[in-house]
Design a protein around this ligand. Structure first.
Ligand SMILES: Nc1ncnc2c1ncn2[C@@H]1O[C@H](COP(=O)(O)OP(=O)(O)OP(=O)(O)O)[C@@H](O)[C@H]1O
Length: 651
């Protein structure tokens, strides 16, 4: 940056805070705070403060469900500003970026400038900036280029709007920012309006989600807004007592009651009919709606009544779509697979895109990451959902049975066969979806047969010469690398079959890389009534590496909920091994093979548990198992068990 620009900025900052006569504005008040309260230096060139993964989780956990709700609004906003290279940030009430949508192409620059997930935009660290200054001033604002306090931020432009909760308190901040923009601040005027509008959408979505188990009155003077983005919302309990109202409805009620403070608790607890008179509309154009009239001011409103949703149906579903964006709406079956996590967001987008098609999908991911659950969600949201979903684990079937199980056989075709014959699992999937798990374990002779079925769309049972037409969608899964070009020495997976299976690939992230573990825990715990999880046990579960992924998490939740009392799960109810930070050496560059105790055979489980109980000491473990050390190593290799420290046990 040129020296003259820097000098000008510094002189502006210091002269304006000293100039008593100058008109007070939010930027100058903020500069003053930065110097006098936060003791910041505009020349410090502080790199942006970015939280670590676990620090960030402390900010995302408490508002996990809200983040999921806000996502839809962020996406619609991003769709409108993307072409101009703006990014969308959602920050919590402390200024930490808890969600982010931006252009991958500019990733490095955006990260360096703090326009990224985990960046802390609190004024205390970042100086004057739209998010941080809004948190202090409580009003929508644009902080443009030289308005920023720290010299490193003076090329940015940021426009932010508050998102308030149903008590009128600051819940989050929605922001759009860009690395470069025209010099004039007025160029950002429309962007600020856009951000404010989307902040209101998100507030409404959050309100509707929060009060989903209550009756909700959507009302307005204008009948047209009732079915889209209704500005006024009131929630009633089953006795018609007002339990919540959004900002606009609070203003209307405050007028009605003659109360000035719209954040006041006084605005709830009234029986609705003591304030308003409700009747059915007689106007033909709006006969679907009710009318209500205020008893004091005489104002009339059209009203739509939304009945309470049942608990189970809505729990953890994102907010109802107050924002209409048909292209981006993710099918509910797919959406509920994950909470707020960037890589699962991509998975959901891909699954949503491919589910209506008949493209063959290959799902890759470590054991227990939810490959079958994803395949079922794709099936359930596809046009084949009325048909069968047939799941076959190729690794679990012995080679001798897999052919007859899959392709079926004619009566008397081989010794031991059922005398009536069997139609086979491929035919059972007719009109539905066939899910072939562990496809990498399919014997090579059967790969050729499967390829033929896929190419000709007909199956010939063993012992028959009559092919039968079959119509199914194939989803396959693997925890290992099957792409032929990536395994030059492994020629037993046919390249032509690989290409046929892999119309599209979806990579499922391992649980240790996901940011929505809290969502998954809540989801798994919601099946147990009134179950709580203490903060310390949540921290333990967050730090653990989860080699067995969601399957292991599910087992741990089941284990702990069996041991715990009515107060819920505390650390002492968790199994010992989750306190180990690094239970296995996990190779991040390949699909790690089965290493989790529950996924091993009985022999493997015994071996793993003995090693764990003997602190991975080879001599002690071998002695306990009554085998030699060489046999111990051989067995470890067989079951792919690797010591956490990998030094005392080498092969
Ligand atoms: N999104 C999810 N929400 C809740 N439970 C899940 C989710 N995904 C997976 N699970 C649970 O985790 C377990 C493992 O899931 P699944 O069988 O789909 O994994 P997988 O990757 O196919 O495993 P494998 O590779 O061993 O076949 C199951 O009990 C499943 O119910």
């Amino acid at each position: 940056m040129r020296n003259s620009v820097i000098d000008q900025h510094i002189s502006n900052v210091y002269s304006s805070i000293e100039n008593k006569g100058i008109e007070k504005n939010v930027v100058i008040s903020s500069w003053k705070r930065c110097i006098e309260t936060f003791k910041l230096d505009p020349l410090s060139r502080q790199p942006s403060r970015v939280l670590t993964h676990s620090e960030l989780q402390n900010h995302t956990y408490p508002i996990e469900e809200f983040i999921t709700t806000a996502r839809e609004g962020m996406r619609t906003l991003y769709a409108q500003v993307q072409a101009l290279d703006y990014v969308v940030l959602l920050c919590d009430r402390k200024g930490v970026t808890v969600d982010y949508i931006g252009n991958d192409r500019l990733n490095k620059e955006l990260r360096n400038s703090g326009l990224y997930l985990g960046a802390d935009w609190n004024e205390r660290h970042a100086g004057t900036c739209a998010v941080g200054t809004l948190i202090n001033e409580y009003e929508p604002m644009t902080i443009h280029q030289q308005d920023h306090f720290d010299i490193v931020n003076t090329t940015l432009t940021c426009s932010a709007s508050p998102i308030l909760d149903h008590d009128g308190q600051l819940l989050a901040v929605l922001d759009v920012s860009a690395l470069h923009s025209p010099k004039e601040k007025s160029s950002q005027h429309l962007l600020l309006k856009l951000v404010q509008m989307h902040a209101r959408f998100i507030e409404s979505a959050h309100f509707l989600n929060y009060y989903r188990e209550h009756t909700i009155l959507k009302f307005d003077i204008n009948v047209c807004t009732l079915s889209t983005n209704c500005p006024n919302l009131i929630a009633l309990d089953k006795h018609n007592v007002i339990v919540g109202a959004n900002q606009n409805a609070r203003k209307i009620m405050a007028r009605e009651l003659g109360i000035k403070d719209i954040t006041s608790q006084l605005l709830t607890g009234f029986e609705f009919t003591s304030l308003f008179e409700l009747s059915k509309s007689e106007d033909a154009a709006s006969f679907d709606y009710y009318l209500f009239k205020s008893r004091n001011t005489g104002l009339s409103f059209f009203c739509d009544i939304q009945a309470p949703k049942t608990k189970n149906k809505r729990l953890f579903n994102p907010a109802p779509n107050t924002i209409h964006d048909p292209v981006n709406i993710v099918a509910a079956e797919i959406d509920k697979l994950a909470g707020h996590d960037p890589s699962m967001h991509k998975v959901k987008q891909l699954a949503n895109k491919f589910s209506p098609t008949d493209i063959n999908i290959l799902i890759r991911g470590e054991t227990g990451t939810g490959k079958e659950v994803l395949a079922k969600a794709i099936h359930d949201s596809s046009k084949r959902s009325g048909g069968p979903f047939i799941a076959v684990n190729c690794a679990a079937l012995p080679d001798s049975l897999i052919e007859s199980e899959l392709f079926g056989y004619k009566s008397g075709s081989f010794t031991g066969a059922n005398s009536k014959g069997k139609s086979g699992l491929i035919l059972a999937a007719d009109q539905g979806t066939l899910f072939l798990d562990e496809i990498g374990d399919m014997p090579s002779s059967l790969q050729t047969r499967l390829l033929r079925v896929l190419a000709e769309k007909e199956v010939t049972p063993i012992g028959s010469d009559k092919p039968i037409k079959v119509n199914f969608r194939l989803i396959s899964a693997t925890h290992q690398e099957v792409a032929p070009q990536n395994i030059p020495n492994k020629n037993d997976f046919r390249a032509d079959l690989y290409h046929r299976l892999n119309g599209a690939t979806i990579n499922l992230p391992p649980l240790r890389d996901r940011q929505d573990i809290y969502y998954l825990i809540s989801k798994l715990m919601s099946k147990k009534s009134n179950m709580n999880l203490s903060k310390s046990s949540l921290e333990v579960l967050t730090e653990y590496a989860w080699p067995g992924n969601i399957r292991e998490l599910k087992n741990v939740i089941n284990y702990a909920s069996t041991l715990c009392d009515e107060e819920g799960i505390r650390s002492e109810h968790l199994p010992d091994y989750v306190f180990t930070r690094d239970p296995f050496i996990v190779n991040e560059h390949s699909y790690s093979p089965t290493r989790h105790v529950e996924t091993l055979s009985e022999e493997g489980q015994e071996l793993l548990l003995t090693l764990r109980n003997n602190n991975w000491n080879a001599t002690a473990s071998a002695k306990k198992l009554n085998i030699g050390r060489a046999t111990l190593y051989r067995k470890m290799k067989k079951f792919n068990i690797i010591s956490p420290n990998n030094t005392d046990l080498t092969y």
